[in-house]
Design a protein around this ligand. Structure first.
Ligand code: GLC
Length: 485
């Protein structure tokens, strides 16, 4: 084994700060890579949200200054060992002592600052990465800075970069005239020789894609999809140009955190051997959410950010028709007001049958994964998707649209061969969703033996980080061998 040092760069990581799937990945992939003996460390901003109990354990190990154009900004480096992993936190009150991780008026500047700090970090601490692994637009500029710093500083010659796209929809696009100064890049990147403006917009994600040495995304199918207009969000041309360095690697989940056998959030722990306990968790959530307490009615669940790309419009279209069936529905999550209001309205309209919980609670999410029968994910696009992986682990059957990671992780049930671990449909069409749910409900209701077999298939699906962490290690090793001069 070559002892490769990796610096994993992210805007969020569990358990310190999380708004979505990236937080889960950044909290669970590095430990999986570390298990193979690689020295991988993680760096993120010192967000205000980080809990006191973690703050207490941190130690400041360095500080330095960064020039962002004419600005001179302080950067503190805090360190915390959590589990097996060393985490670094970049401290700057002005940029990160904020209410939000994203969505502040100056996000472009905040993450340019963070990216620049990361590019310089290894010069002030006792860890030189061979590979810097960046994620999504927030850290994409690191790829550019490393290339830029190589001009004139050979220290950077042997640092290689990997950039992972978790969702190409969010790109970080800003007016160049506002940011070119702050970014502190050689002006020629923004102006041509006559001093005439070259680019109107700066697109952080595009910079990541172009300047990284290796590009990855979070499923094989999504890696194909983003080459096309519908998914590419105007970057499909660039993706096609750079496809020689693109690989899709499916995400895993942490099998210790998501484990029905010892999950302390659920009332009745279970495994393949005692599914009866799984079924007892159903009564728990029915009571919790004021639904009729009955064990012969399928509970459909949705644990999701409420936005249009999650396919909620499909559900909206057929919900009344769906409720003609004897089913219950639980929804957990927040998002666009339109959808939050819609689910609240339906809860009122179908008392004791629909529960809309417009907030997020990790504890309740676990209870729902354990107690529900099916998980709906009719996403319009889903680069990887994590909920379906958790659902499988808990023997809750995913009903998904065949896109991105959903396509790669769910095989539709075949009632003749009894193979498959969920149900899927192809087109973004409300009635395809309805028919797929009806088909699942039909098996649930009329064929208990098959349904229980399906639950076992789901629970046997293997989605821990084992295989995928090896794929990343393969890429790191290949890249390590490359020499730039
Ligand atoms: C983004 C994607 C989601 C993926 C996650 C982690 O949130 O939308 O599909 O699972 O990143 O990679």
């Amino acid at each position: 084994m070559i002892p490769i040092n990796i610096l994993y760069v992210t805007s969020e990581a569990c358990p310190f700060a999380k708004t979505g799937g990236l937080g889960d990945v950044a909290g669970s992939l590095p430990p999986a890579i570390k298990k193979h003996g690689y020295d991988i460390r993680v760096v993120l901003p010192l967000h205000r949200h980080i809990k006191e109990r973690y703050m207490k354990g941190m130690e400041q190990i360095a500080q330095f200054n960064i020039h962002l154009g004419w600005r001179n900004q302080y950067a503190g480096v805090f360190q915390l060992k959590y589990g097996d992993i060393i985490f670094y936190f970049i401290d700057n009150e002005y940029y990160f002592n904020r209410d939000n991780i994203y969505g502040e008026f100056d996000d472009g500047e905040r993450y340019a600052y963070f990216s620049k700090a990361v590019a310089i970090l290894s010069k002030v601490i006792d860890f030189k990465p061979d590979i810097i692994h960046t994620n999504d637009w927030h850290t994409a500029l690191v790829n550019l800075y490393i290339k830029d710093l190589r001009i004139g500083d050979s220290y950077y010659n042997d640092i290689k970069t990997v950039f992972t796209i978790h969702n190409i929809k969010y790109q970080g696009v800003y007016d160049a005239w506002m940011l070119s100064d702050i970014l502190g890049l050689s002006p020629k990147r923004y102006f041509n020789d006559d001093g005439i403006k070259f680019y109107d917009k700066i697109n952080y994600m595009k910079a990541g894609i172009v300047y990284c040495d290796v590009l990855t995304t979070v499923s094989k199918t999504y890696a194909e999809e983003i080459k096309h207009q519908f998914f590419g969000e105007k970057l499909e041309g660039i993706i096609r140009k750079e496809e020689f360095k693109l690989t899709g690697i499916i995400n895993g989940i942490d099998y210790d955190i998501y484990n029905p056998q010892n999950d302390r959030y659920i009332e009745y722990n279970y495994n393949y051997g005692n599914l009866n306990n799984k079924f007892k968790n159903k009564g728990v959530i029915q009571k919790l959410y004021g639904l009729d307490v009955r064990d012969n009615v399928p509970i459909l669940a949705m644990i999701t950010r409420m936005s249009s790309i999650k396919g909620i419009d499909l559900l909206k279209h057929i919900l009344d028709e769906l409720m003609l069936e004897d089913v219950q529905l639980i929804v957990l999550g927040t998002g666009d007001k339109e959808y939050e209001d819609m689910f609240k309205y339906y809860e009122y309209y179908y008392p004791n049958r629909i529960a809309a919980r417009v907030y997020f609670s990790e504890r309740e999410a676990h209870k729902i994964y354990a107690g529900a029968d099916m998980l709906l994910m009719p996403s319009m696009m889903e680069p990887c998707g994590i909920s379906q992986l958790i659902a499988l682990r808990y023997g809750t059957i995913p009903v998904v649209r065949e896109t991105g990671g959903l396509k790669d992780t769910i095989t539709s049930y075949n009632k003749f061969t009894k193979e498959g671990n969920g149900f899927s449909f192809k087109n973004y069409n409300a009635h395809e969703l309805l028919f797929t749910i009806k088909n699942a409900v039909d098996i649930y209701r009329n064929n208990e033996k098959d349904w229980n077999g399906l639950i076992l298939n789901a629970m046997e699906s293997k989605n821990d980080w084992g295989a995928s962490s090896l794929e990343y290690i393969g890429l790191y090793n290949k890249l390590y061998g490359v020499k730039y001069v």
